[in-house]
Ligand binder design. Sequence first.
Ligand SMILES: [Zn+2]
Length: 66
Amino acid sequence: MKRKRALQLQEEWSDKPCPHPAFAKEYDLGKRTGNFVCTQCGSTLTFREKGQLMASRRSPEPSPDE
Ligand SMILES: [Zn+2]
C-alpha cells in the first residue's frame, strides 16, 4: 500500500479503535519503507511493532524469554 493511501485511510478511519486485522507492506515513492500498514485503519507499524502484535495474538501470555 502506498503511504499516501494509508494517510487517506487514517483520515477516513479517524481515531476509532482498530484491531488491525490485516497488514500490507508500505510503499513510498515506489519503494518499500520496511513498515506495514493496517489495511483497515491505515496505521503504520514498524516491522518490529507488527511482529510484537502478531506474537501477542499467538500467545496471550508474554514469553519469559523476551
Ligand atoms: Zn488498524
